[in-house]
Design a protein around this ligand. Sequence first.
Ligand SMILES: Nc1ncnc2c1ncn2[C@@H]1O[C@H](COP(=O)(O)OP(=O)(O)OP(=O)(O)O)[C@@H](O)[C@H]1O
Ligand SMILES: [Mg+2]
Length: 1074
Amino acid sequence: MRVWWRCLFAVLWCCQYTPNPNNLQPYPPLGGEGRAHLVMEGTLTARDRVGVQDFVLLENYTSEAAFIENLRRRFKENLIYTYIGSVLVSVNPYKELEIYSKAHMERYRGVSFYEISPHIYAVSDNTYRALRTERKDQCILISGESGAGKTEASKKILQYYSATCPISDNMSTLRDRLLQSTPVLEAFGNAKTLRNDNSSRFGKYMDVQFDFRGAPIGGHILNYLLENTRVVHQNHGERNFHIFYQLLEGGDQDLLSKLGLERNALKYHYLVKGCCPRVSSINDKNDWRTVTKALAVIGFRDEEVEDLFNIIASVLHLGNIQFGEGQDEQTEITTETQHNYLSKLLGVDGVALKDALTHKKLTAKGEEMISPLSFEQAVAARDALAKAVYGRTFTWLVAQINKSLAFKDDVYNSSKGSSSVIGLLDIYGFEVFQHNSFEQFCINYCNEKLQQLFIELTLKSEQEDYEAEGISWEPVKYFDNKIICDLVEEKHKGFIAILDEECLRPGESNDISFLEKLEDTLGGHAHFVTHKLANGKTRKTVGREEFRLIHYAGEVNYSVSGKLDNNVVFMGLCDFSVQVLCQSDSQILRECFQREEVTDQKRPETAATQFKNSLAKLMEILMCKEPSYVRCIKPNDAKQPGRFDEALVRHQVKYLGLMENLRVRRAGFAYRRHYQAFLQRYKCLCPGTWPNWHGKLADGVATLVQHLGYKPEEYKLGKTKIFIRFPKTLFTTEDALDARRPSIALSLQTSWRGYRERSKYQRIRNAVLVIQSAWRGMKSRRRARCRRHAANVVRKFIKGFIYRHYERCPENEYFLDHQRFSFLMTLVRNMPKTVLDKSWPVPPPSLIEASEHLRRMCMQNLMRAYCRRIQPEWKKQMEQKVVASHIFKDQKESYPHSVPRLFVASRLNSEDFNLKVIQTLGNDKVKYGVPVTKYDRRGYKARPRQLLLTSSFAVLVAEAKLKQRIDYTALRSISVSSLSDGFMVLHVPSEDNKQKSDVVLQCDHVIEAVTKLACMAEKINMVNVSQESIRFAVARGKEGVIDFTSGQELKVSKGKKGHLLVVSQRMDKEEPVL
Ligand SMILES: Nc1ncnc2c1ncn2[C@@H]1O[C@H](COP(=O)(O)OP(=O)(O)OP(=O)(O)O)[C@@H](O)[C@H]1O
Ligand SMILES: [Mg+2]
């Protein structure tokens, strides 16, 4: 929970000015003070980590034991990085740690020091950000003894930049070249030593140039003093430079044959001095591939690469050149094959080369003399040539790499001031061997200079800070190694001056005379001791041919033997060799060895002076940059992971001046911070400053610290910053902040949530308003449009109505169209559904004719449809109904009531028929039968009968008897009354005796019976409907009359005059009687 709060606050707090590298916001200054205060809080947020991640927070900071214990504890947990303020202390883990992934790089990108655990990436990133924000050149100085991890650190830094920096257009090649320069330089400049399997045997300072967007656009490498002697000699257990072994292991057979080499390092004298041509941790074959690929990436041309390997091979052949005594007792080369290869590979004349290796040129009184070399001198000349060829080729190589890394754009060159540089210094560490030669001297002198720079810059910035802030402070005692630097480099009196003098003075000079000269000049100096100058106890530890320098990092005995030679050899080769090499066919050698060297009469600079000058230049370069330090420590000599050799570490802590560094950091104030930042972080701890302080910042801080109860000795208020002396004070404040954080976080959360919800609500509300207004606008516009349209329509309508009786014209065309349209629409909705439906909408005058047409068509359609639907029986029914209509419509009162009643096939069922009757009728099938009442013609007696109709006659049946048969042909007519009675009279001719005269019948279904009879007899037009009476024949010449009247009910009676009187029931409309 506690950690969570810390994180939350770190994030909230740093949100205020943790910049994103991509949007170039101003960063707080990272150099000096800027870093100091950031570091402190970083430590605080991860205090629960192993040990302290910043030594400044170490309570017992004066104790070297506590210091080393902290290093050890962290080292055991694989925490190899620890800060001393802004200085990164790195302990070589001697194993691969999972802390250099892309994800780690991302984690450190744009994040301040104190937020995250110490890392080389944090230093890289802070340096980069300082470069971007302050626009001041930066440098990262990596120091430590051999094998401490300097080169690895510098590689990590380069990797970090190439992975995280933005890439300018077409600059990806540059990035690759920057990265690939390392394996090439390592192949040619690194070697296996006792301390490090990949020891850099040269000093390297690399500038990476960035453009205004922070993208790397160029690079430049300065190399310092390659350990040339390694080319010809290696201590036991060491190797020559990697490239020789790589060539022999990795080079393909063709190449080796061309170079006259064998794939066996043991065959070459220069490779076997250390007796370890193979090293388990090194894969020469793979490395060869990497190097050749890297050479291509950097842009070396094939001819250049060929030339380069010719030179490397020539050095190996040179090592195998042997000398012997010739006939005239002169030294001569005995290995002809090697010599031939050598002259071929170097591209020089064989004879001239032979002379150069066995003779020397002397100039006496302006005259040149050539004298033979002794055997030893020839061997020395050979080795000198080998060293010179290799050393100068290495310098050429660096120059070529620089050409390929140089930023060539004119824009950049014309606005150079706007670009910025990060320098990386990976230089050999302090070295102490059993036998320390000229090179060790140079290396240790270089370390003295760097220590001097470190002291000056760290102390200076610290002191300047206090002075600028008006804080009084006691300067801390520390050892200033200026005295040693002066001892080495002072004009006329310094070591180098004496060495130069001895080398260049005319007359015989040797190592002993040099030592004596040193004793004369430097004797009595606190840091210079010789066997002669030392007192009894020390004397035993200094050899007679040695002198001791008491360096800041320890005492080192240097042997004087060969020092003079080295100084001269370094200065230049013997003229003879240079003369030969400057005429070489090889482009590289011609560039490395120039004729002017021989012809120039000027006194050349010695190697020591050259080195001194190059160091002075380096110091100048570094002084004008803002430095960051990485101090590398080697945990053990055995290159073993997990082993922490306290004595070894203590020694390094001492000579790296880490304790002094820490003391200086702590002497003043452990923590400093600009008022604004301090107030910002802690203002919540004081009601007077929370939530905002509106007065002067200094007053705000004073109020705050007063409230926190700081004692006067615990802090100081400067002009712009507060200085806190003890970490404890800050821890207490931090704890108070921790305790306060939950409530602050709560109130922040509350306010934030409130703010967020309010803004959300406002956003939604605004959106709603926008939608509402848009919608309302649209609705209103639509309504207005409708109204306008409606008004137009009404206007047109009224006009059209006024003009409706006119011919079609613009004024009335809308009205007429509308009328037409609405009539048609009404018609569509109200079309007659059946043939009987006679309804039809009333058409407007203009459509009367069309309406009539339509109506007709509609009726025809309905009828056609109706007819199509009719069944045969129904058709028959209809035909009969039509006949009935024809006969009775508007004639007989009971007819309307009969219309809805269907005619049936027969009113008698089969069981109503008498079998005998049926038999009698034989083939004449009864088609219709109906019960009737027959009235006698005389007397009018009513008798029940059946009237049966066949296809050719009708017959009256009384039970089993056929009473009367009436052929249809004989049927004259049929009479019925116009009333609603059921009487009918069948008129038959009375003159025919066979016929019994007219028949008076009464039937309940008179209309049906008469219709069927008329149809069957085809006497449709013979049916008479009489109004009041029917006359009928009784017998020949005699007739009867039936009188019909209407009454309440049916009554049949015999009236006066012998008439049959029928009172027909008056038809009730609801209940028709048929
Ligand atoms: N951060 C690291 N992680 C893993 N291994 C490392 C690390 N740093 C150094 N080493 C190991 O230590 C070896 C020596 O490191 P490096 O070559 O960087 O030393 P150096 O300080 O440059 O020595 P010299 O002064 O001899 O060149 C490396 O080859 C590697 O095996
Ligand atoms: Mg190195």
